[in-house]
Design a protein around this ligand. Structure first.
Ligand SMILES: Nc1nc2c(ncn2[C@@H]2O[C@H](COP(=O)(O)OP(=O)(O)O)[C@@H](O)[C@H]2O)c(=O)[nH]1
Ligand SMILES: [Mg+2]
Length: 439
C-alpha cells in the first residue's frame, strides 16, 4: 500500500517548524504543532486502493497525539488561548457539504468500482470532517492538571467540580464514535458488488454518521459555552507586582483600593458572582503596580466557604501577591473584632510566604463610638485584648474619611510593592535557570 502521509510529513515538517518558531507567545507556540497535526490527518489519511477501503495511519497518529497533549502549560493565560469552538450545527453542515463534493479516484472505468470508491471516500470524508474539529478541541483545551493552579481553581469555581473534564470527555467519546461508525460504513460501502448497492450503502452510511453526531452534538455546544465563559475571565498579569487587599466583608477594602489607585479602578467580573472585584493601578516612580480587593472572608470552615471566599483563597494560594490586610475594629462592618482576629490568625499562618502589611481602617469611628458586640465579651486572652485596641503589631491606622494615615500607608505600600517586584524577578530568574538545566 502506498503511504501518502510519509510524503505529507516530509513536505510539512518545515512549515510546522516555521510556525513554531515565529510564534510570539510561548504557550501558544506549543499548541501550533497540534493544529498542523490535525490538518495533516485531515488531508492525508484515507486510501481507497483497488476498490477497497484501507484505513491508514490514523491510529498511529492518534497515539502520538495523546502523548503530545500531555505537555505542560506553565504560565497563566491559557483561557485566552482556548480554541474557537464552532457551533455543532455548523460543523455538521460544513462536513456534509464537503463530503458530498468528494468524487471517485480518477481512472476507474468500471462503474460499480467507481461508485463504491466514491461512496467509501465520501463516508471517510464525512467521518474526518466531523472528527478532526472535535479532536482539535480535545487537544487544545488543556488538561486541568497542566494549567496554572490559579486557572484550575477558576475553572472549578466557575463550572463546578469535574464539569470541564466531563464535557471534554464526552466530546472525545463522540469523536471516537464518529470515527468507528464512519470507518465501519466506509468499509461496508467499499465491499459493495454493484453500483446500486454502493449508492444505497453510501446513503445509509451518511445517514448513520449524521445521526450519531446529531444525537450527542449538544456536548460540542456545551464546550463552546465553556470556552466563551473562560475566555471572558479577567486576565491576571503575573509579571506586575500586585497588592491584594484582604479582610472580612465591609471592613473598607474597596474604599482603600480607590484611595491607593492612580486613576479609577476597573471592575472585574467573574462568572460566579455578580459582585465585581476592583482592580486598580498604582503608578509610582514610572513603575506600574496593580492593586485589587478580594471578596471578604468570614469565620468558617473551608468546606462551608462560598465561591467568593474561595476566590480569595485561590488568589492567596496561587498568585504572587503582597497582602494588605484590613481590620475594622469599630465593628461597623458586621464582623466582630474577635471573629476578625481568628480569621486573621488563620490566614496569617496559612500564607506565611507573602509580603504583608496590616491596616486598621475607619480610624475616624474608633475615636467616637465603636460598636460593642454583646457576644464579644472581654477576654482573658492577652493577644485578643491587644488586637481589639490596636490591631496586630505594626498596623497603620487609617481613615478614608479624615485621610488619617493615608500618606504613611501609600509610602509603606510602595515599599512593599518594590519588594514584591524584586521577589518576582528572583522567581523568574530561578525558573529560567531551572529551564536551562532541564535542557
Ligand atoms: N467612617 C468611615 N467609613 C468607612 C471608611 N472606609 C470605608 N468606610 C465605609 O465602610 C463601608 C464598607 O466599605 P467598603 O470599602 O465597601 O468595604 P469592603 O467590603 O471591605 O470592600 C462603606 O459604607 C464605606 O463608606 C472610613 O475610613 N471611615
Ligand atoms: Mg469591596
Amino acid at each position: 500500500m502506498k503511504l501518502p502521509s510519509t510524503l505529507f510529513l516530509k513536505a510539512h515538517i518545515p512549515s510546522t517548524t516555521l510556525l513554531f518558531s515565529s510564534s510570539k507567545g510561548k504557550s501558544n507556540a506549543k499548541m501550533l504543532p497540534f493544529i498542523c497535526f490535525c490538518k495533516m490527518i485531515q488531508s492525508s489519511s484515507y486510501e481507497v486502493a483497488n476498490g477497497s477501503y484501507h484505513p491508514t495511519l490514523l491510529q498511529e497518529k492518534e497515539n502520538n497525539i495523546v502523548e503530545k497533549a500531555s505537555r505542560k502549560i506553565e504560565s497563566i493565560g491559557a483561557f485566552q488561548k482556548l480554541p474557537i469552538v464552532m457551533p455543532s450545527i455548523d460543523i455538521l453542515g460544513s462536513a456534509l457539504k464537503k463530503a458530498r463534493r468528494v468524487s471517485a479516484t480518477k481512472g476507474i472505468s468500471n462503474i460499480a468500482k467507481r461508485e463504491k470508491n466514491k461512496g467509501a471516500k465520501q463516508l471517510d470524508a464525512l467521518m474526518k470532517e466531523l472528527a478532526v474539529p472535535l479532536r482539535t478541541y480535545v487537544e487544545n483545551f488543556p488538561k486541568k492538571t497542566y494549567l496554572h493552579p490559579y486557572e484550575s481553581s477558576l475553572i472549578e469555581l466557575t463550572l463546578g467540580d469535574g464539569y470541564y473534564e466531563k464535557v471534554l470527555g464526552k466530546v472525545d467519546a463522540l469523536r471516537k464514535r464518529v470515527v468507528s461508525v464512519g470507518k465501519e460504513h466506509a468499509s461496508i460501502c467499499a465491499k459493495s458488488t454493484s453500483k446500486r448497492e454502493a449508492e444505497e450503502r453510501l446513503v445509509e452510511g451518511l445517514k448513520k454518521i449524521e445521526e450519531i453526531f446529531a444525537q450527542e452534538r449538544k456536548v460540542v455546544d456545551d464546550l463552546l459555552v465553556i470556552a466563551k465563559t473562560l475566555r471572558a475571565m479577567p486576565v491576571v498579569d503575573l509579571e506586575t507586582s500586585t497588592l491584594c487587599l484582604v479582610g472580612a466583608p465591609n471592613v473598607g477594602k474597596s474604599s482603600l483600593v480607590h484611595v491607593l489607585s492612580t486613576g479609577k479602578p476597573e471592575i472585574c467580573n467573574y462568572p460566579f458572582t455578580t459582585r465585581g472585584i476592583l482592580m486598580g493601578h498604582i503608578v509610582f516612580n514610572y513603575q506600574k503596580f496593580q492593586v485589587t480587593d478580594t471578596p471578604g472572608l468570614l469565620k468558617r470552615h473551608d468546606d462551608d466557604r462560598n465561591n467568593l471566599e474561595k476566590l480569595t483563597l485561590a488568589v492567596l494560594s496561587h498568585l504572587p501577591t503582597a497582602v494588605l490586610y484590613v481590620h475594622d475594629l469599630t465593628g461597623e462592618c458586621g464582623t466582630s473584632p474577635s471573629e476578625q482576629f481568628s480569621i486573621y490568625k488563620e490566614i496569617r499562618e496559612r500564607f506565611t510566604g507573602h509580603l504583608w502589611l496590616d491596616v486598621v481602617s475607619k480610624s475616624d469611628l474608633m475615636k467616637s463610638s465603636p460598636v460593642v458586640y454583646a457576644t464579644d465579651e472581654p477576654s482573658e486572652q492577652v493577644d485578643l485584648e491587644k488586637y481589639r485596641k490596636s490591631g496586630p503589631d505594626g498596623a497603620i491606622n487609617v481613615s478614608v474619611k479624615t485621610e488619617e494615615g493615608l500618606d504613611e500607608l501609600k509610602h509603606r505600600v510602595h515599599e512593599l510593592l518594590n519588594l514584591q517586584m524584586a521577589k518576582i524577578i528572583t522567581i523568574d530568574d530561578d525558573n529560567d535557570n531551572n529551564n536551562k538545566q532541564e535542557k
